[in-house]
Write a protein that binds this ligand. Structure first.
Ligand SMILES: [Zn+2]
Length: 134
C-alpha cells in the first residue's frame, strides 16, 4: 500500500507512529506494574509456606505476572497506539512539502472509477462474408 501525499501527490511519505511508541511504552509500564503486584501476591501466598515459600512465591509471581503483564500491556498498548496513529493523529508526513495527514485523508484516493470496456470484442465469431470456407 503506497501512501501518497494529498497535498503534492508525492510518494515520499514518512510514518511517525507517535501513538504506537507512546502507548507501547505505557503498556510496558502497566505490565511492569502488574509484575510488581505479582511479586506482592506471590509473596503473600508464599508466606503460608515460610520464608522459602515467600521467595519462591515472589519469584513465581514475578515471572507469571511479569511475562503475561508485559506481553498483554505491550501488545495492547501497541495495538491501541497504532489505532490512534491510523484514526486520530496525523501519522504521515510528506518528506517533500512537510504536509502531515492521517490515513483516512489518504484513503480517499482508493475510490477508483473503473471505465467500462465496450463489449464488441466478439469479432472472431462473426463472419458475415465468410464464403471462402467451401
Ligand atoms: Zn507533499
Amino acid at each position: 500500500m503506497t501512501i501518497i501525499c494529498p497535498n503534492c501527490s508525492s510518494s515520499r511519505v514518512g510514518v511517525k507512529n507517535y501513538g504506537r511508541s507512546t502507548c507501547g511504552t505505557l503498556g510496558s509500564l502497566a505490565g511492569a506494574h502488574l509484575a510488581m503486584q505479582g511479586i506482592r501476591v506471590g509473596t503473600t501466598v508464599g508466606r503460608f509456606f515460610g520464608p522459602p515459600g515467600m521467595v519462591i512465591g515472589g519469584t513465581a509471581g514475578l515471572i507469571i505476572a511479569g511475562i503475561s503483564g508485559a506481553m498483554l500491556g505491550g501488545s495492547t498498548g501497541t495495538q491501541l497506539g497504532s489505532m490512534i496513529d491510523d484514526k486520530i493523529l496525523n501519522n504521515y508526513k510528506c518528506l517533500d512539502c512537510k504536509h502531515t495527514f492521517s490515513d483516512s485523508t489518504a484513503s480517499k484516493d482508493d475510490e477508483y472509477v473503473y471505465e467500462h470496456s465496450t463489449p464488441s470484442d466478439d469479432d472472431d465469431d462473426f463472419h458475415p462474408l465468410s464464403t471462402s470456407s467451401q
